[in-house]
Design a protein around this ligand. Structure first.
Ligand SMILES: [Zn+2]
Length: 75
């Protein structure tokens, strides 16, 4: 009996939201509680935080604008 419960716990098909720790389905792409995007399950049953492409794009854009700005001032 005890062995069965232990096995069941280990194969529990859920992952946890990395932001609010809500248990989610393994196939879930968004948290049902905080609406954050969640990645595939990682270590400790926590979902991985997906890379934020918008933030990367914004950072690159700002770096480019700044580079042009500096380039125009000095040359
Ligand atoms: Zn959440």
């Amino acid at each position: 009996m005890a062995q069965e419960i232990k096995t069941q716990l280990q194969t529990d098909p859920t992952k946890r939201c990395p932001y609010c720790f809500t248990p989610l389905k393994l196939t879930a792409e968004n948290c049902i509680e905080c609406r954050s995007k969640v990645g595939p399950v990682g270590k400790l049953g926590l979902a991985k935080k997906p890379p934020n492409y918008k933030a990367y794009a914004a950072a690159i854009l700002w770096a480019t604008v700044l580079a042009i700005y500096i380039w125009k001032i000095f040359f």
